[in-house]
Design a binder for this molecule. Structure first.
Ligand SMILES: NC(=O)c1ccc[n+]([C@@H]2O[C@H](COP(=O)([O-])OP(=O)(O)OC[C@H]3O[C@@H](n4cnc5c(N)ncnc54)[C@H](OP(=O)(O)O)[C@@H]3O)[C@@H](O)[C@H]2O)c1
Length: 240
């Protein structure tokens, strides 16, 4: 059953740039009422919502539980869909990387998703109807010099797999997407590599499709990569 237009409310966490911003813009263009969160709040280029949609932004740091709770109060009525597209990525060997930097990746990329859902349940007394978490092929392939990012992505994906079991009786659906390289500014990368990578619209296409499926269909995991880049290529990169 399709959700009526008036009920199509989505929260995109990590909507300041890249994939999250593209997903937020595409959902709003398709008639959804979208709230986008990030540390910067309103991004430099705000996409135009479609005639029935709307798009607003809030400054929320997912490491700040109080800010999440306050932002959910602001977003009522409750968004039925959450897309978690937050990430920070910092490379470094175990010897070189500061423990605080390593921990911050796990806190931002994984614990943030837990805190958002924890506060969502406390605020609304229910699970979101649908949740899409953007993990990474980093959750599937090991790589030297990237242990913090890879660990954070594994933590996010296994957390969401567990959360799916926790809310299964409610009919909520939980999807984890594992993309290969995407053309965004998440990490420094040669322009020629970004040109051959997945583009943010490729991820947005998948998210919109997943959200359009009938309620009995749950895409639990989705691995995707650009055909012109080897899948799991990060595993074969030399340490920085
Ligand atoms: N780029 C790739 O090659 C690639 C590959 C596989 C998976 N992914 C995944 O795709 C997702 C989107 O990343 P992206 O490539 O689009 O990178 P991006 O453009 O850097 O987007 C990351 C988003 O996270 C937000 N963010 C970071 N720290 C935050 C915090 N503490 N609180 C709230 N928001 C925060 C950023 O906004 P602010 O800076 O304003 O907070 C930004 O909106 C991530 O989950 C990433 O791991 C990316």
């Amino acid at each position: 059953m399709r959700v009526a237009s008036s009920e199509r409310r989505a929260l995109v966490v990590g909507a300041g740039s890249g994939v999250g911003l593209r997903v937020a813009g595409r959902l709003a263009a398709a008639g959804w009422h979208v709230s986008g969160w990030s540390r910067r709040g309103t991004p430099a280029d705000v996409p135009r919502p479609g005639p029935e949609g709307s798009l607003s932004f809030q400054r929320v740091d997912v490491r700040d539980q109080g800010a999440i709770a306050a932002a959910l109060d602001h977003d009522a009525p409750r968004p039925e869909v959450i897309v978690y597209a937050v990430a920070v990525a910092r490379w470094g060997t175990v010897e070189a990387q500061a423990p605080a930097e390593w921990a911050d990746m796990v806190t931002t990329n994984a614990v943030g998703a837990f805190t958002v859902l924890h506060e969502y349940h406390r605020r609304f007394g229910a699970a979101p109807r649908q949740l899409v978490g953007i993990a990474s092929d980093a959750a599937l392939f090991a790589a030297a010099g990237r242990s913090g990012y890879h660990a954070s992505k594994s933590a996010l994906s296994t957390f969401l797999d567990s959360y799916r079991e926790e809310v299964r009786h409610t009919g909520s659906r939980v999807t984890v997407i594992y993309p290969g390289k995407i053309n965004t500014g998440l990490s420094p990368r040669a322009p020629e590599v970004n040109a051959r990578a997945l583009q943010p619209d490729d991820i947005a296409d998948c998210v919109l499709h997943i959200l359009s499926l009938p309620e009995h269909v749950e895409i639990r995991s989705l691995e995707m990569s650009s055909v012109s880049l080897p899948y799991g290529v990060s595993a074969r990169q030399p340490p920085p």
